[in-house]
Design a protein around this ligand. Structure first.
Ligand code: BDR
Ligand code: CA
Length: 309
């Protein structure tokens, strides 16, 4: 079974990714970032998930703000004001650990060098902070999988080519992209190519277990937004990244390229710049995931939702 450390800002698609992780892997910890909504909500949502899953997984609160500049937008308009569709869940029983997220990432990878796959589903603030404290972090993780970027400029934020996780904290993404000699990058454009048919997804939700019922509730706001914005089905960026983290063999098409982050740019701050023609003379550190086996991806999601068969 894969052993995961998940950095996340739950978030509806983060929740689906964590349900997948619980079904297919061991989760060593959830480190929490601000992003989709404020840190107060993302930490609470992570605790709600830990309650639902009945796990003892520790929840570590991370940075409430990006490294340098205040964010220009959050994603409450997609995920709901509280990030979980404004259902109004009761105060969760699961506690927040005393240790902060960046320190927990460093400690857990020291305790289990080479064992943990780091899955980054949020703005990269916590990882960047951890790297500044200890630049040897990359040597201690088995793999890093990042949900982020829009490799040919089809982003999902007010800065047209920027994807949300990178656009929220471009400096943090820059630090991470410079520090890791190799990582898998699952971008927004791959996410759009791997949307699920809405009617089919509804059948899974109806046939699934209590995890499916929970997901159906928190996802309704986000699904309405997607339908209104013609995203052509259920898009779940973090679930796709989680599938790649859980099973690298699911990737059917990828390209290894140098990827940098635009830190300036009136219209482009937060864009991921891919050196397609290798002009910059930088090492190609990113394995850009372009396509996965959609049937296997769907099977992993169905199992996480407790759909029989
Ligand atoms: C990413 O941004 C967030 O809204 C999602 O949870 C995902 O991590 C997609 O751009
Ligand atoms: Ca996320």
């Amino acid at each position: 079974k894969p052993q995961l450390l998940i950095d996340t800002d739950p978030g509806v698609d983060d929740a689906l990714a964590i349900l997948m992780a619980a079904a297919h892997a061991d989760i060593a910890g959830l480190s929490i970032a601000a992003g989709n909504v404020g840190l107060h909500h993302t930490v609470r949502n992570a605790r709600t998930l830990v309650d639902l899953l009945g796990l003892g997984t520790p929840v570590f609160a991370g940075c409430a703000m990006p490294l340098v500049r205040a964010p220009e937008e959050d994603a409450a308009f997609v995920h709901g004001r509280d990030g979980f569709g404004d259902i109004g869940f009761a105060e969760p029983a699961a506690k927040v650990a005393a240790e902060s997220a960046a320190l927990a990432l460093l400690r857990l990878t020291r305790e289990r060098p080479g064992e943990l796959t780091l899955v980054a589903l949020a703005p990269l603030t916590n990882l960047a902070l951890a790297l500044r404290l200890d630049p040897d972090l990359p040597q201690r993780v088995k793999r890093l999988v990042v949900m982020g970027g829009a490799v040919t400029g089809h982003g999902n934020t007010g800065k047209v080519p920027a994807e949300f996780n990178i656009g929220f904290d471009p400096e943090a993404a820059h630090v991470v992209f410079e520090a890791f000699p190799s990582f898998d990058l699952v971008d927004w454009e791959a996410t759009l190519r791997h949307a699920f048919d809405n009617a089919e997804f509804d059948r899974w939700l109806a046939a699934g277990d209590q995890h499916a019922a929970f997901f159906a509730r928190i996802a309704s706001t986000a699904r309405r937004y997607n339908a209104e914005h013609e995203r052509g089905g259920l898009v779940a960026a973090d679930a796709l990244a989680m599938a790649v983290a859980l099973d690298p063999a699911i990737v059917t098409r990828s390209e290894r390229r140098a990827v940098a982050v635009e830190l300036d740019g009136r219209l482009t701050r937060g864009a991921t710049v891919v050196d397609w023609a290798a002009r910059l003379g930088r090492p190609a550190q990113a394995n850009i995931v372009l396509e996965v086996d959609h049937v296997r991806f769907a099977a992993m999601v169905r199992r996480a939702l407790g759909v029989p068969g």
